[in-house]
Design a protein around this ligand. Structure first.
Ligand code: GTP
Ligand code: MG
Length: 427
């Protein structure tokens, strides 16, 4: 991870003071949120030295906080020689400018922290393009000379530092040009992804979704031949990966791992990750993974549901998978979950037996949805025969006729629609 290279004076930009904002009338969930922000920062190798919470009735639009709180923050900055102030809230360009001026620190908000994590974890070309678009879209309205800490160093990049008004205009235009160029490249990748998806159209698809760090990749590894272990890191996975449910089933079931969600996921990121998230939209079944050992599992579950709604995936059949039950100390919790979510699965991705049961649950879901049909396939229909073998559950087959084969199959509605002309109508 590249260290932040620009800082004011001798302060260390990898040391941060964090500031949470809490509306006076709201429930006090801020503690948890700040813990999450600390974790996000440690992913960027930024250490949190001290944290503050500002309780407010009405925020000061110029600088968010009052003079008293500001002085306390300044003292903490001085004490720790911290070079970064992180605010767990969306900031306007004016607020950033004013806070930077007052504190002589780099000022980041939650969205930029998340965008920078995505930036450092993006591996594939598609993920890199998506993050770069989100980063530029986010920076564009904030391009005021102060918001340039995360500029691309290589080749001048779209943004540069220390500019006058004209320079800002030039850079804005260059940023816009770069965004449209990046979008074109992304479009090409999206098209090939769509073609791939079309090819797998009739295959049953399961997608893993859930809050970041809930255990999606670990479950994917346990259910397929993917040999990537999960990582104790936020947003370890950015690219969707698709594998066959292992050992292979009839019909074949594909399983995809996807990017995790988080509270207040920056809108620019959701927008640019839409094509990756399409894997979710086209799934036949979602496995919504929840880290039950997390104190905040309920709101994590709700956040995921909200994002699913936002991307238009809330009507897809979903199996709730409460994970990490090996870490739960409260013995009552599994009982409560079983009562409140009777159709859910309670698992530890580390347990072979749990993973076998989860696999069975997935198979049962599809078997339950399948319709039964009798077919007659003429002997010369080789393609159809192979289609049946890959896409249907064959209950019975009869080879006694010379001109073809009779099958009794179970399959999805879509698959049976394609086989309609071979339906055997009993006389
Ligand atoms: N104790 C325990 N830890 C688990 C379990 N499943 C996953 N983990 C750990 O949780 C951490 C996150 O797991 P991942 O599988 O990477 O989670 P993810 O949902 O893919 O996370 P992102 O890709 O970062 O969104 C890793 O350190 C895993 O080893 C489990 O059942 N029990
Ligand atoms: Mg993952």
């Amino acid at each position: 991870m590249k260290k932040l290279s620009e800082t004011k004076k001798t302060k260390d930009p990898n040391k941060a003071i964090i500031l949470g904002l809490q509306k006076k009338t709201k429930d006090p969930i801020q503690g948890e949120t700040l813990d999450e922000l600390k974790l996000l920062l440690s992913t960027l190798k930024i250490e949190t030295c001290e944290s503050f919470i500002h309780k407010y009735e009405k925020l000061n639009p110029a600088i968010l906080i009052g003079q008293g709180k500001l002085e306390k923050i300044k003292a903490a900055i001085e004490k720790h020689q911290a070079g970064t102030l992180v605010v767990d809230h969306a900031l306007t360009p004016l607020q950033v400018r004013n806070l930077e001026k007052e504190t002589e620190c780099i000022v980041l908000d939650r969205a930029l922290v998340i965008i920078n994590i995505f930036s450092s974890h993006a591996k594939t070309k598609e993920a890199k393009l998506q993050v770069e678009i989100a980063r530029l879209e986010y920076l564009l309205p904030r391009l005021t000379g102060a918001w340039t800490h995360f500029q691309r160093q290589k080749g001048g990049g779209a943004l540069s530092r220390g500019m006058g008004e004209t320079q800002i205009e030039v850079d804005r235009r260059r940023a816009r040009d770069r965004i449209s160029q990046l979008k074109k490249s992304l479009k090409a990748i999206e098209t090939s992804r769509q073609i791939q998806r079309k090819k797998r159209d009739d295959t049953l698809k399961v997608a893993l979704v859930g809050y970041t760090n809930s255990g999606k990749t670990s479950i994917m590894s346990a259910l397929s031949k993917l040999k990537t272990p999960g990582k104790d890191e936020l947003f370890a996975t950015l690219d969707s990966k698709t594998k066959v449910l292992d050992p292979s089933t009839h019909p074949k079931i594909l399983i995809s791992d996807t990017v995790g969600f988080i509270r207040n996921l920056p809108h620019d990121l959701i927008e640019s990750f839409k094509s990756t998230l399409e894997e979710v939209k086209f799934a036949d079944l979602l496995l919504h993974v929840v880290d039950l050992s997390h104190a905040d599992y309920k709101s994590q579950l709700e956040t995921t549901e909200k994002v699913l709604e936002e991307i238009g995936a809330s009507t897809i059949p979903t199996l709730l998978v409460f994970n990490k039950i090996d870490r739960i100390e409260n013995e009552l919790l599994p009982k409560i979950i079983r009562k409140n979510f009777p159709t859910s699965a309670l698992v530890s991705s580390f347990s072979k037996e749990d993973m076998l049961q989860l696999r069975e649950k997935i198979l049962n879901h599809f078997k339950h949805e399948f319709l039964c049909e009798r077919l007659f396939i003429p002997i010369n229909e080789e393609k159809t025969l192979s289609y049946i073998h890959s896409n249907c559950l064959i209950i019975d087959s009869d080879y006694s006729r010379l001109d073809g084969i009779e099958f009794e199959v179970k399959a999805s509605r879509l698959v049976l629609q394609r086989l309609e002309k071979f339906f055997l109508i009993e006389k």
